[in-house]
Design a protein around this ligand. Structure first.
Ligand code: FAD
Length: 386
């Protein structure tokens, strides 16, 4: 038996024995937040998987991973899917800031931060956007001034998802206001449980919202928690965005859930609503749209697999923009098509399909808008002139 076959056999046996029933199928997935109580089976699953290094399977063992090769990682994901096991840990810790520290952090930062992130100790917020800096992120004005061995942060971040339940935040700050705007930025880690950090919810029309404003008033950050060097935050922050986009695109194998290519159930779903005769959809417009959707979905999944196979790093660079964008557009086309098939049944905000249709409009805004991704693809992937 080859080494990889042996790995599959032992992985299958271990997962069968150790994945509790309450961690299979849909349900709660931890993302590190200390303020969210975990169901007993979910907690057990997280504990067992993190002890084995499988919350971040490709990370080195010394930082809480299992040092799996890409092939072993693929086998693990296959086997998790086979028993319908949920990912044991997700979120901005394992998927965004962890991979960034692993790639660009100092040895000391890796030792201090990564094992805790791998165990799911602490939920992370993302402090990038400001009222005056969204797509034009380099215009950010939140300041950090060095005072002894700490930075003092002052400024306002917006759209900080889930900040009300987060323990830490990674923040893009201006450390050198006199330098050109891209050259005076740093990425720093901040403990949110201090008086200088305040979280204000942003209410949405629906009444439910993960969004917040996060305010820093003389908030403290350790000077040695600047990741990748002072004033190097533009480069570090962009790499983190590639991990974010790769996660959205299902191609970030440095995190916990990238590489988990999701199969389509759209034909069965559409058939529940569309007019049918002898097992076939009778409406030719819906049928043609569904066929095109399935073809595009198949191409998207093959592309995800190919990008993962071709990876030289743990997550792609600019290709993350292309796969994230095509995936988002595909998901939104699925939402539109489903609502069209549902007809009047899809009117109102009470159905899951309608809520998904509304929610997933954000997929072409979050992590960089559609236009920003197209600009990156034009310049960095296709090499087109400005
Ligand atoms: C669900 C969701 C979650 C989010 N979570 C977070 C979070 O946790 N932390 C965080 O920091 N931010 C978060 N954001 C904010 C997100 O990063 C920004 O909304 C996004 O970067 C766009 O910025 P903006 O909203 O200021 O829009 P703007 O930048 O003002 O853009 C407005 C419009 O102008 C277009 N545009 C802007 N510049 C160009 C250009 N150069 N070329 C062509 N078109 C352009 C845009 O594409 C867009 O259509 C989240 C957003 C969403 C929707």
């Amino acid at each position: 038996m080859s080494q990889i076959d042996e790995f599959r056999t032992s992985t299958r046996a271990w997962l069968e024995e150790n994945c509790p029933g309450g961690a299979r199928g849909s349900g709660q997935i931890p993302w590190g937040s200390s303020s969210i109580e975990l169901e007993p089976d979910v907690r057990l699953w997280l504990q067992r998987m993190s002890e084995r290094g499988w919350t971040v399977p490709t990370w080195p063992r010394e930082y809480g991973g299992a040092a799996l090769s890409r092939d072993e990682y693929t086998v693990l994901i296959d086997e998790l899917k086979r028993i319908n096991a949920r990912t044991p840990l997700t979120g901005r810790g394992v998927n965004y800031i962890g991979p960034t520290i692993l790639e660009l952090g100092s040895d000391d930062q890796k030792t201090r931060w990564l094992p805790g992130i791998a165990r799911g100790e602490g939920g992370w917020a993302m402090g990038y956007s400001e009222p005056g800096a969204g797509s034009d992120l380099a215009s950010l004005s939140c300041r950090a001034e060095l005072q002894g061995d700490h930075y003092l942060l002052n400024g306002r971040k917006t759209w900080t998802s889930d900040a009300m339940d987060c323990d830490y935040i990674f923040v893009l700050v201006r450390t050198s206001p006199d330098k050109p705007k891209h050259e005076g930025i740093s990425l720093v880690l901040v403990d949110m449980s201090q008086a200088g950090v305040q979280v204000r919810p942003i209410r949405l029309l629906s009444g439910a919202s993960p969004f917040n404003e996060t305010l820093f008033e003389d908030a403290l950050a350790r000077a040695d928690d600047v990741i990748g060097g002072v004033d190097n935050g533009w480069t570090v922050g962009k790499r983190l965005l590639q991990f974010e986009r790769s996660t959205h695109a299902g191609i970030n194998i440095s995190g916990s859930q990238g590489g988990r290519v999701v199969e389509s159930h759209m034909p069965e779903t559409i058939k529940r609503y569309a007019p049918m005769s002898a097992g076939r959809i009778t409406d030719p417009v819906i049928r043609a749209r569904l066929i095109r959707f399935e073809q595009n979905g198949h191409a998207q999944r093959l592309t995800q697999k190919r990008v993962i196979e071709e990876l030289e790093a743990r997550a792609p660079g600019y290709a993350s923009s292309a796969v994230k964008l095509s995936g988002a557009l595909h998901t939104q086309e699925g939402d539109e098509m489903l609502l069209a098939a549902m007809g009047t049944g899809g009117i109102g905000s009470e159905t899951e399909a309608t809520r998904a249709w509304l929610r997933q409009k954000a997929l072409t805004i979050a992590g960089g808008t559609k236009e920003v991704q197209l600009n990156i693809i034009a310049k960095r992937v296709l090499g087109l002139p400005d």
